[in-house]
Design a binder for this molecule. Sequence first.
Ligand SMILES: [Ca+2]
Ligand SMILES: [Ca+2]
Ligand SMILES: [Ca+2]
Length: 146
Amino acid sequence: MKTFVATTVTAALLATTAFASGNGGGNPGAGFLDEWDTDTNGTVTIEEVAERRSDIFVSFDADDNGILDAEEYAFFDEARASNHEDEAGHGGEGKASVGMTLPFNDVDGNGSVTLDEFVGQSGPWMALVDRNRDGVVTVNDFGPNR
Ligand SMILES: [Ca+2]
Ligand SMILES: [Ca+2]
Ligand SMILES: [Ca+2]
């Protein structure tokens, strides 16, 4: 009887562990939706992206002049690097981080990024991530390439 009980407990523990890891950071796209789906309806729209990008811009524009200069952008790069260390390697999320870089957002190539440039790149950035081209980003745009 003792053996039977021990086996049951072990199986239960294994099941819990499997569920926990399956539900965590290993879910392709989950981290992206956590960050961008502000009304948590499972769909990231261009409006949500534009609004969130504007918030992000403002929080890194340390001197409030409407421009992320190279120095401010360096802080932004650092913040993203520490935030997303655990998410490296998911195809869609890799593209998502490209869309946050200075070269991607500095449309006129003058070395700094204005709020207009940053928010204006919402569409091109979504196009990178929106793999099935339905105009919104959902978990369907992540996961293994098929
Ligand atoms: Ca949404
Ligand atoms: Ca600034
Ligand atoms: Ca610029």
